[in-house]
Structure formats: C-alpha cells, structure tokens
Design a protein around this ligand. Structure first.
Ligand SMILES: Nc1ncnc2c1ncn2[C@@H]1O[C@H](COP(=O)(O)OP(=O)(O)OP(=O)(O)O)[C@@H](O)[C@H]1O
Ligand SMILES: [Mg+2]
Length: 265
C-alpha cells in the first residue's frame, strides 16, 4: 500500500518552476530519500506534502488524505523536522516537548508517558531539564526528532536531518531514524546532501535536478542502471545531475549549514 503519492506535483515561484511534474510513491514503513543539488526543489516538495505551501499544479495524497482538500487530516498524520532549527532555545527540552504535546492534541492523560518515551527514544532523558540553548547541534536535532514523533505520526518528514552534525552525532540520528521505521512502522521521507547517508539509510531514493526527478530506485538499482555496480552514490548523483560533489560541500551549502548553527547558538 502506498502511504504517499504525488501526481505531476508542481510549484512555481513567478517564472521559476521549482518543482516540475513530480511523480512519487512511497510505501508504508519505507525510508525514502530525496537527493539533489542546492535549489533542486527538495524543500519545496516537502513543504507541499506537509501542507505548508499550496501546489501550483498536480496533486498529492499523504496517509490517505489529499493535501489540498484535507489539509488538517494530513497535518494530524505527519511529523515534520524543518531544514532550519525549530526548537525554542530559551526553554528546556521537556518544555519544548510539552508545548508540542498540547499543539498536537496528545490527550492530557497520555502526555507524560509520550514525553518520557520520546525523550528516552532519542536518549535525552538526562538533558530534559536543561535549556536547549546549551545543547549541542546533535542533541538539538535529536530533540527535534522527539518533537516530531511525539504523536506517533504515520509519516515523518525530515528536511536535511543531519546538516551541520559531526559524524558521531550523524550516526546517532541515523540509528533513531532506522528505529522509527523498524519499531513504529513509521514512513520516513527525508532529504539529504550526504550520499553516504542515503546509501546507509534509504530503501529507495529519488534524485532531483531542476525541479524534476532525474532518477528513482534503490541505491543498488541506480548503480546498476548506469552499468557500474561498484559506483559510489556520489558517482550516481553526478551521473544523473551533472553536478560534482566535492567532499567539503560547496560554499552555499557550508554557509547555509553555518547559518543554521549560528541560529542554534
Ligand atoms: N519563497 C520562494 N520564492 C522564490 N523562489 C523560491 C522560494 N523558495 C524557493 N525558491 C527557489 O526554488 C528553487 C527550489 O528551492 P528549494 O528550497 O526547494 O531547493 P532545495 O532542493 O531544498 O535546495 P537546498 O539543497 O539548498 O536546500 C530554488 O531555485 C529556490 O531559489
Ligand atoms: Mg532544502
């Protein structure tokens, strides 16, 4: 069963077609990755699927609900970790969770149990009563995941979940994402610039370029389709987008990551 489908999903900003006729389907429990260079349209796809931005054309169904006709039903069924920081640094981790529990309509009688289990899930029990301002980038991202899963959504959207994190913090986030799909049968729809991350985590990936899906499939299928089974996903990415990724990322990516980090501070 498909838990998420898009049909010719399109978004224009003035003359620019940021997302151009995208067709995707994702099945329940799948970890699906959206890859692509800066400006490919990944965040715009996620904003439409989370009902934050209306499409200019096409349609999409998330958790059985049409994003345009039933936006509130969609919102009840999803969790979302945006690209930029979404937690309040002047509150404690616990207070952030309590606000989200109320916002998501978690019944009062279940709140404490849901908050404790979310904190435990991301390993932040001991930091729960500290101000988020003092958290590391990795702890903050884990808190954001805890917030987004508090109401046990069917589909979790993560826009660059590990941007700005060191390798160790990144691996912790990977473990949590894997357990969400494994333990809770959540469907995870994420974007990333890290090919290693996509290879490690995702059942299937779509590589976007200039608003279109340039390639779609399991990482191994994509390698096979370029007749180079030993290709790294970086090479697959370069093959389908014409973009070369160097190890340090490009200037725009780095400055964006740094801006995000500065905002956390
Ligand atoms: N509010 C906006 N108004 C005008 N253009 C926009 C707006 N938001 C995004 N765009 C443009 O739409 C295109 C797609 O942007 P989007 O943020 O979806 O890309 P992305 O794949 O998420 O990129 P990144 O990897 O940098 O996060 C880009 O050319 C961007 O400049
Ligand atoms: Mg983006």
């Amino acid at each position: 069963m498909n838990i998420l489908e898009t049909h010719a999903l399109t978004r224009r900003y003035g003359d620019l077609t940021a997302v151009d006729g995208v067709d995707l389907s994702v099945s329940q429990g799948e970890i699906f990755g959206l890859l692509g260079p800066n400006g490919a349209g990944k965040t715009t796809v996620i904003k439409m699927l989370t009902t934050l931005l209306p499409p200019s054309g096409g349609r999409a169904v998330v958790a059985g609900f049409d994003i345009q006709r039933q936006p509130s039903r969609v919102r009840q069924s999803i969790g979302y970790v945006p690209q930029l920081v979404s937690v309040d640094g002047t509150l404690t981790g616990y207070e952030n969770l309590l606000i989200f529990a109320k916002l998501y309509g978690v019944p009062r009688s279940e709140r404490q149990a849901r908050i404790s289990s979310s904190l435990e899930f991301v390993g932040l029990q001991d930091a729960a009563n500290r101000m988020v301002r003092g958290y590391s980038g990795g702890m903050m991202r884990r808190l954001e995941i805890a917030l987004a899963m508090l109401h046990l959504p069917k589909v979790l959207f993560l826009d660059e979940p590990t941007v700005g994190l060191d390798p160790l913090a990144r691996q912790l986030v990977w473990q949590h994402i894997n357990s969400l799909a494994g333990e809770f049968r959540m469907t995870v729809f994420l974007t990333t610039h890290f090919m290693e991350e996509a290879d490690h985590l995702c059942d299937r990936v779509a590589i976007m370029n200039l608003g279109r899906v340039a390639a779609l499939g399991q990482p191994d299928e994509l390698r096979a389709s370029m007749a180079k089974p030993e290709a790294t996903l970086d090479e697959v990415f370069a093959h389908f987008t014409g973009h070369q990724l160097d190890n340090g990322g490009d200037f725009r990516e780095i400055s964006r990551a740094r801006r995000a980090i500065a905002r956390r501070g």
